[in-house]
Design a protein around this ligand. Structure first.
Ligand code: IMP
Ligand code: MG
Length: 183
């Protein structure tokens, strides 16, 4: 028999209502911060941020361009931390732009640390980061998101865009994955 999606979830960490409430609050802060700026580009990091980006952007009332990038940080130490492997690049030039990176979760911080450097090197006027989730205990490089929805403990979570082996992104809440799924 096919397993029900909810069978893989140990517990719901953040339910739909709490997610939407927090996203609305973050959007309010973003609207205020960018109210007097005219060159705003929001960059959603694929694929994890799609749900967050979609819901967040619906509450943003300023003029802005929506972009997406797919990146992964280099694992080996032969590359400087300023390098990031770009799998899908931006379609527009971001020089002189006020960039807001929209991320699903900050874990070791390597991806965002490298991406931030890359975008600054391309001439972005400013690079800010909003993340839905943050696992500060796991940090390996220094990076502090400018805005964060929820700080969470060191547990592997899925849903609302976040995956395990490309699955479970479609759950409408953030749940802790059962250890039996990956152990
Ligand atoms: P890092 O901060 O460079 O280590 O990478 C963060 C990326 O790892 C995120 O964008 C996610 O794609 C992935 N990630 C980290 N923790 C989790 C988790 O608990 N569930 C799902 N994906 C995660
Ligand atoms: Mg990601």
């Amino acid at each position: 028999m096919k397993t029900d999606l909810t069978d893989v979830i140990d517990k719901v960490l953040i339910d739909e209502k709490s997610l939407q409430k927090k996203i609305k609050k973050l959007a309010g802060q973003i609207n205020e911060y960018y109210s007097d700026k005219d060159n705003v580009t929001m960059i959603g990091i694929l694929k994890g941020s799609v749900m967050f980006m979609a819901d967040l952007s619906k509450h943003i009332h300023i003029d802005m361009v929506m972009e997406f990038m797919d990146v992964s940080s280099y694992e080996d130490s032969t590359h400087s931390s300023g390098n990031v492997k770009i799998i899908k690049d931006l379609d527009t030039d971001i020089s002189g732009k006020e960039v807001l990176i929209v991320e699903d979760i900050v874990d070791t911080g390597r991806t965002l640390h490298a991406l931030r450097e890359t975008l600054l090197k391309r001439g972005a006027a400013e690079v800010k980061i909003v993340t839905l989730l943050d696992k500060p205990e796991r940090r390996e490089v220094e990076i502090k998101p400018d805005r964060c929805g929820f700080k969470i403990p060191n547990e592997f979570v899925v849903g609302f865009g976040l995956d395990y082996q490309q699955k479970y992104r479609n759950l409408p809440y953030i749940g802790v994955l059962k250890r039996s799924v990956y152990e």
